[in-house]
Design a protein. Sequence first.
Length: 387
Amino acid sequence: MSNTLKVGLIGCGNVVNYGHRPALTTLPDVELVALADITPARRAIGADWFNLDDGQLYADYRDLLAIDEIEAVVIAVPQKFRPPIVLDAFAAGKHVLSEKPISNVPAVADQLARAAAEADLKMAMVHNYHFLPEYRQIKQLLAAGAIGDIRVATLHFLGVIDYPGAAEYQADWRHTMAAGGGVLMDMIHAVYLAEWLVGAEAQQVMAFVDAPEYAQRGPVIEDLALLQVAFPSAYAVIHMGWGEGVGGADISGSEGQIRMRYKQYQSGGFNQPIELYSIDSDWQRTDHAIANLEEHLDNTARSFIELWADFRDAIRHDREPIAPAAAGARALQIVLGAYASAVTGRVVSLPLDEASPVYRKGIDGMVDLKAWAESKTKAAGLFGLRE
Ligand SMILES: NC(=O)c1ccc[n+]([C@@H]2O[C@H](COP(=O)([O-])OP(=O)(O)OC[C@H]3O[C@@H](n4cnc5c(N)ncnc54)[C@H](O)[C@@H]3O)[C@@H](O)[C@H]2O)c1
């Protein structure tokens, strides 16, 4: 039997172009053999990118899942539509690489993780920022004890670019609450990075969530989220916003600090990291050249190539991928816990109570919470809350 991993792609939008496409066209032992997309124009674009013929293109993903030689699928449709496709993939015996966030609903995320385990199949999340050179190097510095024990990880993502979805499909889906859009839900990367850097699972979250940029333009969707996350012996501060604002990372440890900045102070994922240094407990500064640094789009492409290599090897060696379904489920709970905190004005314990409306319904459960009268989130009319 050939060792090549034959894969199918479901959903051929923008993230495929700059992420999955470089991986699927360069990685050894991985071959894309079929593509499904509901939009004819996107199927045609995908056929061109991957050199596929008509017989390899499908309008209905279920026809792709019926192909025997396919061992694994990557599912890159918007999150609202992804969970039933993931469950169908497991029922068809396929391993799954899922785009983030895992789902909009924590109960559904847990259901997906259980379904993977019961089917004895891998479910890996596209948490590709683990492979961006700047965060990988920060992780290595922490592991080497460069600043002692991590105390507070501050991740600035206030200059997130609000890219629309594919024009041939529905460009504005991120701006619809029903599709689960909004800056923090879309840019869940900062949340899993915080957990990864701290090296522990989050216990509590508190947040402000607002819509200053989009409130005037509508439809109203969250575009600013300021979070504080508690871990057993450290904290993370995450600032995330669409629009203009500072990006980078500041990490405080028991014996020093790490600072990382992007070109023009922009945010991670959208620009070139240009500065990484640590300060030790004697206030001595050490500058670190960021290893494997290329142009920003090449860094992104490479992060997907390495992520795909990890997924391939997880299947071949029957081990967990770097970000299994459980990591996706935890990241989603931090995001929804932050939303719940912003609505109620209270700190939210993690993991979420399985009886809570937020666990069972995600954003749709926010209207069932006792909203704080002065909540900025409520005043903005987010999550279906009205004054
Ligand atoms: N990992 C990352 O850095 C990253 C970056 C961007 C987007 N994403 C995630 O990837 C997903 C897609 O985002 P995007 O920006 O590529 O969106 P997009 O709008 O560009 O593409 C979505 C594609 O899915 C197709 N589609 C929708 N429903 C479908 C169905 N039922 N069956 C088959 N195809 C279907 C559409 O026709 C379209 O081609 C989202 O979940 C998003 O959060 C991840």
